[in-house]
Design a binder for this molecule. Structure first.
Ligand code: FES
Length: 311
């Protein structure tokens, strides 16, 4: 898989617990453009983690990501917060998008909480550039709102909240009062996303107009059990709730390469011969997912009760 060698050009610790990195090619050359809502997978020692790109997506010379320090140091955050310094090199996978704006949408309603604001920043840059209709509701803790000045420069349609009750009241009326053809984009902690989706569904929003950016496997539920058949050997087995397909395959002696186990690095991709897939990764593109012939075994599961794998 292609990787990018990047140099840390700047480190900004201006917000407590959030480190913002500016990354560039060592020679200062152009980096690949990316779709708004894309993330960059950075290799952090023995793991790889995805961070939303907040910089300009068109012909960039810099990639900017903001990383929340997790209390348990998970997600590579300890390494990024305490070991990485200006001038260091990092290895990254080219940007991928699983959260891009729907260009035919009449309006874009962005709803974010906490560090979930980061994928919205590139959405807003793109909406500003192309004159797309957008509104943002942003819930954050007092004094912990990031990117607010940059967002204010791009749109007058941002509302920020530090009080959950007020936010939910405004969210309910925003969801109830959108023109047909509005698409909803949600990013934040798992409970916040679940509540927002439940509210939207209760107000009649179809799943096809709701788009979610999850942080990783920690936000995923254990899933339902399902049956797997391997077409080459005919081997059939059950993947229990709380066990990943990757783990089940390893337990049966199938050595599937893997790295992040969070659905971001792309290493554990396997071919699917039949059955409907519940994609839960951040690696495959929307087109990959629609094709339905491949999946990331570390996080994704069957949508129904069985899958056939071309293994
Ligand atoms: S191991 Fe990285 S996507 Fe599955």
């Amino acid at each position: 898989m292609t990787t990018l060698e990047l140099t840390v050009r700047a480190v900004d610790d201006g917000f407590p617990g959030i480190r913002t990195l500016t990354l560039a090619r060592p020679d200062g050359g152009m980096l690949p453009s990316f779709t708004p809502g894309s993330h960059l997978v950075i290799e952090c020692g023995s793991s790889a983690n995805a961070y939303s790109l907040t910089s300009d997506s068109v012909a960039p010379r810099e990639y900017v990501v903001s990383v929340l320090e997790c209390p348990d140091g998970s997600g590579g955050s300890r390494w990024i917060h305490h070991e990485l310094a200006v001038g260091d090199s990092v290895v990254a996978r080219p940007p991928r998008s699983a959260f891009s704006p729907i260009l035919r949408a009449r309006r874009h309603l962005l709803v974010a909480a906490g560090i979930g604001i980061t994928p919205m920043v590139s959405h807003l840059r793109s909406a500003h550039r192309w004159g797309r209709e957008v509104r943002l509701l942003y819930l954050h803790r007092e004094g912990r709102g990031v990117y607010i000045d940059e967002i204010k420069a791009m749109t007058d349609y941002m509302q920020t909240f530090t009080e959950r009750r007020t936010f939910l009241h405004e969210l309910s009326s925003a969801l109830a009062d959108q023109p047909f053809g509005t698409h909803l984009y949600v990013c934040g902690p798992a409970g916040f996303m679940d509540d927002t989706v439940a509210l939207a569904a209760g107000l009649g929003w179809p799943p096809s107009r709701i788009h979610l950016e999850r942080f990783g496997i920690d936000a995923l539920d254990p899933g339902e059990p399902f049956e797997v058949t391997l077409t080459d050997s005919g081997d059939t087995f059950v993947v229990d709730s709380g066990v990943s397909l990757l783990e089940a395959l390893h337990a049966r002696g199938h050595d599937i390469p893997n790295l992040c186990r969070q659905g971001v690095c792309g290493e554990c991709r396997i071919p699917v011969a039949g059955g409907e897939i519940l994609h839960r990764d951040l690696f495959l593109t929307d087109a990959d997912k629609a094709a339905g012939d491949t999946m990331m075994s570390c996080v994704s599961r069957a949508c129904g009760d069985r899958l056939e794998l071309a293994l």
